[in-house]
Design a protein around this ligand. Structure first.
Ligand SMILES: Cc1ncc(COP(=O)(O)O)c(C=O)c1O
Length: 483
C-alpha cells in the first residue's frame, strides 16, 4: 500500500494501491461471498465472518473514502439516506437535535416524522445564521447538530468551523452532509466536524450506476461504535458490486469534480446575465450570501450544483424546463426534473414544506439511471446487475422498433420468438418491458443455460418466467421520490 507523500488524488486513482495478492491483479476482485470458513480452532483469522457486517470490497472503497476525508474509518451504506439516518439512530430517545431548515428534503421529512417517532426532539433552524444556531442548541440536551453545506437546493453555506465550535461548546457532535462539496472541495473533519456524510450516489460514484451512502468519522469512539452496530444490525451495508462501482468512480473523482465545478461556475455566470433568470444560486458567485464563507472553507471550486430562479413563477419554471433541448424531462412526484443525457438535471421544487421558491430550477450531477435502476429493483422486487441494466437501457433506446410497438399492440400479449433475430438483448428487453407494463407473455423463451431468466442475479435467476410475472402482477409499492 502506498504511503505519503502520495497525493490524495494519486491514492484515489490507485484505489490505495490495492493489488490482489494471488494474481497481482491491479483491480481487486469483487468479493461476493456471504460466509467464510472458520479456522481449526473455530476462529476467523481472516477477519471476515459474514457478509452483513462486513465485506472486503466494501472495505477497500471505505479505505479510499477515509483517506479522502482524513478520518480513521469510513462506513459505506446502501444509500445516502441509510447513512444519514444511522447517525440519528445512534442517538438516544429524548436527545435534542438541531438540523437545517434548508436541507435535502427526504432527510428533512424523515427527521420531521420518523425521528420524532423514534423519540428525538428536532429543531430546524437556518444554520448559516450562526447566532440563530447558537440560540437553538441547548447545552447538555443537544446531542447532534446536523448541517449540510452547500445545502440542497439553495446551496446555502454554513460555516463548518464555527458550527463545530457551537456544537462542541454545548456538548453536541457536529455532522456534515458534504454531498455537494465532495472531499475534493471541502474536508469537514479538518474543520472540526465529528462525522461527515455523503450521498455517494452523486459525485463520488459519478456514473449514475450505484446508490450508496458514506460516513467518515473523526474518531472511533463509543458513538461511532453504535453507528457500526446499527449498520450491522439493520443490514444497511452497501453491496459489493456497488462498492466496486463506487471505488471505480472514486478513481476519477478529482478530475470530474474539478471539471464539473468549472462548468457549474461558467454556467452560473452566464445564467446570471440572462434576462429571464431572476436569480442564480451558486456559492461561487460573489453575490451568493454564503460566498465568503465558501471561499474560506472550500478549495478548488464551489461544487457541481446550482439552482436558478426564472422570472415568472412556477409556470415559467416548468415551461423553461420543458423547452430544454438537450434535457429530457422527467416527472417524479413533487420533484420534476429535466436532464441532459444524464449529465444535468433541472428540478422544479414544489414541496411546500421546503422553503424554496416555486420557480426554482436545480441542476445537478448525474444520477438518473441510479434512480431508475433502484426504482425498478424496488418495484419488482428482483435484483438486476446494474451493468446489465445500463446495457439494456442503451439497447432499448436504440430499438425504437416498429417491431416492439407491433408486438405490444397485439391482442393477447407478446409472443417472444427464439430465432437468431431475437438476440439475447432483445429478449431481455422484451421480458423486462413486458413485466414492467404488465403484459402477458407466451413463453417461447429458451431456458438455461442461455435462458433469459439468467439475466437476473441472485436467487431470482432461477425463478420461472411465470413466477416472475406473478411478482410483476403484485401492485408496485408507492415509492419515495427523492434525489
Ligand atoms: C444532499 C443529499 N443528501 C442525501 C441524499 C440522499 O442520498 P440517497 O439518494 O443516496 O439516499 C441526497 C440525494 O439526493 C442528497 O442530495
Amino acid at each position: 500500500m502506498p504511503t505519503p507523500p502520495w497525493s490524495k488524488r494519486s491514492l484515489a486513482v490507485q484505489a490505495m494501491g490495492a493489488v490482489e495478492p494471488v494474481t497481482k491483479a491491479v483491480v481487486p476482485p469483487i468479493h461476493l461471498a456471504t460466509t467464510f470458513i472458520r479456522d481449526e480452532d473455530n476462529a476467523y483469522s481472516s477477519g471476515f465472518v459474514y457478509g452483513r457486517p462486513d465485506n472486503a470490497t466494501v472495505r477497500q472503497a471505505e479505505s479510499v473514502l477515509a483517506m479522502l476525508e482524513d478520518g480513521p474509518e469510513a462506513l459505506l451504506f446502501a444509500s445516502g439516506m441509510a447513512a444519514a439516518t444511522a447517525v440519528f439512530q445512534a442517538l438516544d430517545p429524548g436527545d435534542h437535535v438541531v438540523a437545517p431548515r434548508v436541507m435535502y428534503w427526504a432527510l428533512r421529512s424523515w427527521l420531521a416524522t420518523e425521528a420524532v417517532r423514534w423519540g428525538l426532539r428536532v429543531d430546524f433552524v437556518e444554520t448559516d445564521d450562526l447566532a440563530g444556531l447558537e440560540a437553538a442548541v441547548r447545552p447538555g440536551e443537544t446531542k447532534l447538530v446536523w448541517i449540510e453545506t452547500p445545502a440542497n437546493p439553495l446551496w446555502t453555506i454554513t460555516d463548518i468551523a464555527a458550527a463545530a465550535g457551537i456544537a462542541h461548546r454545548a456538548g453536541a457532535r457536529l455532522s456534515v452532509d458534504s454531498t455537494a462539496a465532495s472531499p475534493v472541495h471541502t474536508r469537514p473533519l479538518a474543520l472540526g466536524a465529528d462525522v461527515v456524510m455523503h450521498a455517494a450516489t452523486k459525485i463520488l460514484n459519478g456514473h449514475s450506476d450505484a446508490v450508496a451512502g458514506a460516513l467518515v468519522t473523526a474518531r472511533q469512539d463509543a458513538f461511532w461504535a453504535r453507528v457500526v452496530t446499527i449498520r450491522k444490525g439493520q443490514g444497511a451495508i452497501l453491496g459489493p458490486f456497488e462498492a466496486y462501482l463506487l471505488m471505480r468512480g472514486l478513481r476519477t473523482l478529482h478530475l470530474r469534480a474539478a471539471a464539473q465545478a468549472k462548468s457549474a461556475q461558467g454556467l452560473a455566470e452566464r445564467l446570471s446575465a440572462h434576462p429571464n433568470v431572476a436569480r442564480v444560486l451558486y456559492p461561487g458567485l460573489p453575490q451568493h450570501p454564503g460566498h465568503d464563507v465558501a471561499a474560506r472553507q472550500m478549495e478548488g471550486g464551489f461544487g457541481t450544483m446550482l439552482s436558478i430562479q426564472v422570472s415568472g413563477g412556477e409556470a415559467a419554471a416548468v415551461a423553461t424546463a420543458a423547452r430544454g433541448r438537450v434535457n429530457t424531462r422527467r416527472g417524479s412526484g413533487r420533484l420534476s426534473h429535466l436532464r441532459r443525457g444524464g449529465r444535468w438535471r433541472v428540478s422544479m421544487l414544489g414541496d411546500r414544506q421546503q422553503p424554496d421558491p416555486e420557480s426554482l430550477s436545480r441542476r445537478s450531477g448525474p444520477d438518473c439511471h441510479a434512480e431508475r435502476f433502484g426504482r425498478r429493483q424496488r418495484q419488482y422486487g428482483y435484483r438486476v446487475a446494474p451493468r446489465r441494466y445500463l446495457a439494456e437501457r442503451a439497447e432499448a433506446d436504440r430499438i425504437t422498433s416498429s417491431r416492439f410497438s407491433e408486438l405490444w399492440s397485439k391482442p393477447g400479449g407478446v409472443r417472444a420468438g427464439t430465432s437468431a433475430a431475437w438476440n439475447r438483448a432483445h429478449r431481455s428487453i422484451l421480458l423486462h418491458r413486458a413485466i414492467r407494463w404488465r403484459r402477458p407473455i407466451s413463453n417461447h423463451l429458451p431456458r438455461a443455460p442461455d435462458s433469459i431468466t439468467s439475466d437476473c442475479g441472485g436467487a431470482d435467476g432461477n425463478r420461472s418466467l411465470a413466477a416472475r410475472q406473478r411478482t410483476a402482477r403484485a401492485p408496485a409499492p408507492a415509492r419515495d421520490d427523492g434525489t
